[in-house]
Design a protein. Structure first.
Length: 640
């Protein structure tokens, strides 16, 4: 019960606007009665103070309880001071405008929170579980991994899973920002919260309700909102000292004016005005207003920022490093050909390789397994596998060992290549194809794979260049292959043959020589590099856990154009922050000067003060509608 009241009053603030209204009514009542029935005037002023000051006192007391002096208290003090010298109507006006401004701020920031709540609403409450002889309806919390669910046309998919039967298309736009429906058939992954369109699907659950993509996104965005950016932390610390300084300044004004021989009332009035105009309301709200809006605008278009801190760092990035396989190129690698050494059959080589690669998550591994399956080959599933990130894999069976990987793997293992194979290898590399060698005690041959460059990669690199950011490719693949891809994409700097730890070292040295580096990776074996970079950006192939955990920014859509877009949004957010800070401090300086120079009346001071606070919030809100050029990301950035 107490908790319910607390939420109603403090968290939800449903009384905020009604109280503002009552304050206004009381103010008008006070003014009317001053002239009609002076006897009861005080009742109205008291009411105005109670309604107008309610939330201010509450928040100020909470802050004080935590040892902080905040703007609420300065305002309340000023209003009380005004009443003390017989200017109750001005104090009432102050409280009215102050509470109105606060209520409007709550409302404005609420709009950004709604963007997240909309995600929450995507969670369907129940699911239909298929059981022997029928189906049962269960709450989504009761869904277990391995359950089979029936999703009818038009229903939201209640869990992350794989389609086992049926054909349909899913609208995943609310998760990824991509509006095209994605076709779904047996074997395809589906995600909680996405909308099933025309067909019924039977889905096998792969993740529990708390572990789905949607659940993780919601969690991430909530965390991001709670995390305070460094700019904001600095301002919070500053607010403390500043608030004390304002208080001291007001006291000093009072004393000095007294010494000067000014009347007490007049000096006191000026001190109260100073309390209002010098209060840092607008300064304090400058940063969160911009960052919350930017985070919400990002979430809406499939860009997840893990907090304002990330926006700050991203805005400073000078260089973007990109992984090749799975990032600059499509995740779908395809086997081009299998070349057998004398006395071997290509299918045997493929089956041998597939047996080891089943256990690997690498795009190359998936290509090999897929090819073996389409050729109808049967192969044992080898359970004991050692992955060598950036090199290949080694499988162990009772009988023998199998190596599949790059030439460098064999170099490391001290296994030398026969002349015949060496020739094949060079040929493949010249053609810009990645070659995986297969060896199991004797040499078998090689598998050539090729990955297609993402169609939007060139455009993304150009967009980065327009932002003044150079792209660098860091890949574990052979330098010749690296060169081929770099040329297609228009990347001038590239380095091939890098092991994961070498990528990491490269990122560090680039950061030292050029400046903050962002790393874009598909997150499988790029996690160390993502973590080392100033900002890690994961191509959030939906469902890849490592990516989401390590990265600072997650792109829900596999679209490289989102990288320059994210940077542009971060820069826009920082620009807004600086605009706000400059404007807010300018207004304070101006109003303080006016207070001393002209002795402006308190109500006017309040209007100027609260007006600037609201302008700062509105300026932040503009980011909610931030847009990046046309759909193709052409041209510079435009803001609406
Ligand atoms: P990139 O940096 O382009 O993403 P990786 O670092 O993931 O490339 O891999 C570098 C090289 O290591 C690949 O080109 C391939 O030769 C080899 N490799 C990595 N993983 C595997 C695997 N599972 N099977 C075979 N070869 C692999
Ligand atoms: Mg990769």
């Amino acid at each position: 019960m107490a908790e319910r009241i607390r939420r109603f009053v403090l968290d939800e603030r449903r009384l905020e606007f009604p109280f503002v209204g009552w304050t206004l009514v009381a103010l008008i009542g006070g003014m009317v009665s001053r002239w009609a029935a002076p006897g009861i005037e005080g009742v109205f002023w008291t009411a105005a103070y109670l309604f107008g000051g309610f939330y201010g006192v509450l928040d100020g007391a909470l802050a004080l309880h935590m040892g902080r002096l905040d703007v609420n208290l300065l305002m309340i003090l000023s209003a009380l001071g005004a009443a003390f010298i017989g200017h109750a109507e001005e104090g009432g006006t102050l409280l009215f405008l102050f509470s109105l401004s606060n209520a409007l701020q709550t409302l404005a920031l609420e709009r950004t929170r709604q963007a997240i709540r909309r995600l929450l609403n995507l969670r369907p409450p129940v699911a239909h579980r298929i059981r022997e002889g029928g189906e049962e309806t269960i709450p989504i919390e009761a869904i277990e991994v391995g359950d089979r669910l029936l999703v009818r046309p038009g229903e939201r998919i209640p869990a992350d899973g794989v389609v086992v039967a049926g054909f349909s298309a899913a609208d995943e736009s609310l998760l990824t920002g991509e509006s095209m429906p994605v076709p779904k058939g047996p074997g395809d992954p589906v995600f909680e919260g996405t909308l099933n369109s025309y067909g019924a699907l039977e889905v096998q659950v792969t993740h529990t309700a708390s572990d789905t993509m949607l659940a993780r996104i919601i969690h991430l965005v909530e965390e991001a909102q709670a995390q305070r950016a460094r700019t904001q932390q600095a301002i919070d610390r500053f607010e403390q000292r500043y608030a004390w300084a304002v208080l001291a300044g007001a006291a000093l004004t009072l004393v000095l004016s007294g010494l000067w021989g000014e009347a007490f009332d007049q000096a006191f009035y000026r001190a109260m005005t100073l309390l209002v105009v010098a209060s840092p309301c607008a300064l304090v709200i400058s940063t969160p207003a911009a960052f919350l809006s930017a985070i919400a605008a990002g979430a809406r278009r499939g860009l997840l920022f893990k907090g304002g801190m990330v926006l700050e760092r991203l805005a400073q990035v000078r260089l973007v490093a990109m992984d090749k396989t799975g990032t600059l190129t499509e995740n779908r690698v395809a086997v081009q050909s299998v070349r057998a050494l004398e006395g071997n059959h290509p299918d045997v080589i493929l089956a041998l390789a597939a047996a080891v690669e089943v256990r690997s998550e690498h795009p190359i591994a998936r290509a090999i397994v897929e090819e073996a399956r389409t050729r109808g080959l049967s192969f044992p599933e080898i359970r004991e596998v050692e992955a060598r990130p950036g090199l290949g894999v080694i499988g162990f069976t009772n009988a023998h060992r199998i190596w599949v990987g790059s030439p460098r793997l064999f170099q490391q293992e001290g296994i030398s290549l026969p002349v015949e194979l060496r020739a094949m290898l060079e040929e493949a590399q010249q053609a810009g194809r990645t070659a995986l060698l297969v060896y199991d005690g004797q040499w078998r041959g090689l598998i050539e794979v090729a990955d297609r460059v993402r169609p939007e990669a060139t455009e993304a690199v150009q967009a980065l260049r327009r932002l003044g950011i150079e792209a660098v490719m860091l890949t574990g693949d052979h330098p010749t292959v690296a060169r081929a891809v770099a040329q297609v994409v228009g990347i001038r700097r590239f380095e091939g043959g890098l092991l994961p730890e070498e990528k990491l070292a490269r990122i560090r040295s680039l950061a030292q020589s050029i400046g903050p580096v962002a790393m874009v990776g598909d997150g499988m074996n790029d996690a160390p590099a993502l973590a080392a970079a100033s900002v890690g950006i994961a191509m959030g192939k939906m469902g890849s856990d490592a990516a989401i955990e390590t990265a600072d920014v997650v792109l829900l859509q596999e679209d490289l154009r989102r990288v320059p877009e994210a940077i542009a949004l971060a820069r826009a957010a920082m620009r807004t922050v600086w605009q706000n800070l400059a404007f807010a401090s300018g207004v304070i300086v101006l109003l303080v000067a006016l207070t001393f120079g002209l002795g402006i009346p308190l109500p006017l001071a309040v209007v100027g003060h609260e007006g600037s606070t609201l302008l700062v919030v509105l300026n932040g809100l503009r980011l909610l509608r931030w847009g990046w050029g046309s759909a193709g990301g052409k041209g510079g950035e435009t803001r609406t």
